[in-house]
Design a protein around this ligand. Structure first.
Ligand SMILES: Nc1ncnc2c1ncn2[C@@H]1O[C@H](COP(=O)(O)OP(=O)(O)OP(=O)(O)O)[C@@H](O)[C@H]1O
Ligand code: NI
Length: 358
């Protein structure tokens, strides 16, 4: 029982009915979050990060959405539960913090009123006890002079303070899992680090698992214990943060890292040349390519990369998994890291292994 991860997601697949057909936002992904650790879900815009985390507590309307696969939380299969049975989990033992705190706060009510309401929804306590708890929570999230700030309205709080209030709201239920979807993206850079630091402190204090969504690898390097790299609804690679930053295996991860200023862990010539972004764009989610979803943008794609489904994950040891055929037994992954620029393929896109002179 103690070996059971806090959250175990297996084969999670979330699709939407759209006018142009079925859109596959998340396409059969596996990952885990253990107690007391921060797992970062990282990937470009549109890769399915938000849909993935919102699928966990079924925050997605079905229809048009459709969620399949297994989500086990503290050993319990959540997908079997009715909406009513899910209530103790959704927004409670699994709490969410989103990108824009102003969207979640009601500008007509004081911060205190909103916190007290949130507390009383979950606990049968007097208003004065709830008020004391609200002050305590504001103090916990680093709002100075909470006893007087509690009477203020959202517009009297800065962006960073509003996000701290949202974190306080999430803590009301003492969650076991805090899901934070780009919680710092809307904030000034100077404030972002403070919020990350706060989340780190709270994780330690409460022993929560944190599932953190970001497109920013610099943030990942600050807070992650483990990382899940998502691309076009598929997991490209996952593993411990140090392992992943020092020995990134998937060409997509390597490209992402090469875009990170100051990262010098074996940038290959193609990656180095493209610092500042990855050429090309995500595939059409209504019509994903066969094979590895990244193959159309991958400098190392071979014909075998573009057939079948996303390659099965290869276990590189130490919890490090990669979905890339170059790591299959018998293949030679050193082509990805030997520093030789891949030869140019047709229509200017570099392709390895498909030209005669390779
Ligand atoms: N309600 C919906 N109906 C139809 N398609 C949706 C819906 N919600 C999300 N999608 C699609 O699912 C895909 C994944 O979206 P998602 O919001 O999860 O991406 P993301 O990785 O969180 O991106 P970002 O970094 O921009 O937040 C996108 O193609 C998006 O258009
Ligand atoms: Ni998102």
């Amino acid at each position: 029982m103690t070996d059971e991860p806090l959250l175990a997601v297996e084969g999670l697949r979330t699709t939407f009915e759209t006018e142009t057909g079925e859109l596959v936002a998340v396409d059969g992904i596996d990952f885990e979050v253990r107690r007391g650790e921060t797992v970062c879900l990282v990937g470009e815009s549109g890769s399915g990060k938000t849909v993935a985390v919102e699928s966990i507590a079924r925050l997605i309307d079905q229809p048009p959405g459709r969620i399949e696969g297994s989500v086990r939380f503290r050993g319990e299969e959540l997908t079997d539960l009715s909406d009513e049975e899910l209530r103790p989990y959704r927004g409670a033992s699994i709490a969410y913090v989103f990108q824009n705190p102003q969207d979640a706060l009601n500008h007509c009510y004081t911060i205190g009123w909103q916190l007290i309401e949130a507390i009383r929804v979950h606990e049968d306590v007097s208003t004065s006890a709830a008020r004391a708890r609200a002050i305590d929570l504001l103090d916990t999230v680093g709002i100075p002079d909470p006893a007087s700030r509690i009477t203020e309205y959202p517009h009297q709080f800065s962006g960073g303070e509003k996000q701290r209030v949202m974190i306080a709201m999430a803590l009301v239920t003492e969650p076991d899992l805090l899901v934070a979807d780009e919680p710092t993206t809307a904030l000034d850079v100077t404030i972002q680090a403070d919020i990350l630091q706060l989340l780190e402190e709270l994780k330690a204090t409460y022993g929560m698992g944190v599932l953190f969504v970001t497109h920013d690898l610099a943030t990942v390097s600050e807070i992650a214990d483990r990382v899940v790299v998502l691309y076009a609804g598929k997991v490209m690679e996952r593993g411990g943060v140090l392992e992943l930053f020092e020995h990134p295996a998937h060409p997509y991860t390597r490209r992402l890292l090469a875009c990170l200023p100051g990262w010098s862990g074996g940038v290959d010539p193609v990656e180095g040349a493209e610092r500042g972004g990855i050429a090309g764009s995500l595939p059409d989610p209504n019509d994903p390519p066969d094979g590895c979803r990244f193959a159309p943008r991958c400098a190392y794609a071979e014909p075998a990369c573009t057939t079948g489904d996303q390659p099965p994950e290869v276990d590189l040891g130490g919890d490090h998994l990669v979905s890339c055929i170059h790591y299959d037994a018998g293949d030679d992954p050193s082509v990805l890291t030997d520093g030789t620029p891949p030869s140019d393929g047709v229509d200017g896109s570099p392709q390895r292994g498909v030209t005669e002179d390779d």
